[in-house]
Design a binder for this molecule. Sequence first.
Ligand code: EPZ
Length: 434
Amino acid sequence: MDQYVIKGGCPLQGEVVISGAKNAALGILAAAIMTDETVIIDNLPDVNDINVLLQAIEEIGAIVERVDRHTVKINGSQITGMSIDYEFIKKIRASYYLLGALLGKYRKAQVALPGGCNIGSRPIDQHIKGFRALGAQVKIEQGMIDTKAEKLVGSHIYMDVVSVGATINVMMAASLAEGKTIIENAAKEPHIVDVANFLNSMGANIKGAGTDVIRIKGVPSLHGTEYSIIPDQIEAGTFMVAAAATKGDVLIKNVIPKHLEAISAKLVEIGAKVVEYDDAVRVIGAKERLGSTHVKTLPYPGFPTDMQPQIATLLALSEGTSIVTESIFENRFKYVAELNRMGASITVEGNSAVIDGVEGFTGASVSAPDLRAGAALVVAGLVAEGYTIVDQIQYIERGYEAFEDKMNGLGAKMKKVPVDDEKELQKFMLQVIG
Ligand code: EPZ
């Protein structure tokens, strides 16, 4: 097990290149097996979640060739297994995208039931509702989701909840159903659009992705394609917040500024400077303390829930009192106790965090409770006086490629060291004294 050790106090300066979007790539890799032809996908982020899903795809018989760190060739013609076992689902929930892909292509699939996780119970009732609406039988027994269908027929599906996963899963199955499917109250995230564009590049007929009504005309089969994943909105947002928190000046390259509008608007509202270019944004922190504000997480284009811990960390340093309300997940404030140990003053009341801004943080040993909270604790360590040690960083490495390298490329002083390796820790601390 590794941990990050961070010497705080260095404003981030310079340029960073954003990797491909993890949450788009997970849906796209699952959809890639829906054809018997070869699919080439590039701009894949080299993160653990992607590597685990590729293992799961190989496990059922697909041919997976890593062309390079960010490019993969997949051929689904040799798939024999339709069952994804628990070992993959417990590593990444998104293995359940193989349900929609396998059901669409083979009319049957079996995936272990995903459990909850650190941010909430994460039910999948809307996924099941969509599959059943298309004519599939879905049974849940012995911890497995077992689905099969004589045939899949297009249907008019109204999602009770705006769900990224359910929208992607149903969109995949409906692509190869007979007839028309309408998904109402669909999620509109950039990664939904990317998966729809990918499926259309394979010959699917999907219109309206990115709006709350997606219309799909089923096709008999899909063909091979070459596709490049969109940049990661949340990785970009994390670096934007880090630049503002450290009072730095960072050019964040390979982004789609439109996807970052809710984040940019909040940063500007509290006094940071954001300059937009075609495929980059520059964030310049303010010399004086930033202001306070209220943030409520909402489905896209609202403020992203995956940026909630990061913006709360920034507001914990602002002048005045801010309120952050988490409307998507029921338990996404686990990082607050860790942040308070670094000197923040935050109280959680129901699904809101009341944040009294403080002048600064002091370094401490903290634990990453989940992926985005872990990234937020790293941002806090970049600002804190002295040293911060963040452990459980396997959560962070699920979704951030070369996180410490990218941060150090911007002038941070951060190193990944094995847990309990005092020698490595001391060596780092001696190196960065100053
Ligand atoms: C995706 O999770 C992302 N994961 C999450 O990112 C992200 O936080 C979330 O969307 C919201 O944007 C991936 O894309 C792999 P949902 P997902 O279905 O699809 C409820 C990260 O940090 N719900 O949109 O699981 C659910 O409980 C991760 O990269 C149902 O009630 O999220 C939640 O309250 C964390 N029934 C809300 O909907 C269902 O069948 C939104 O969940 C499905 C969801």
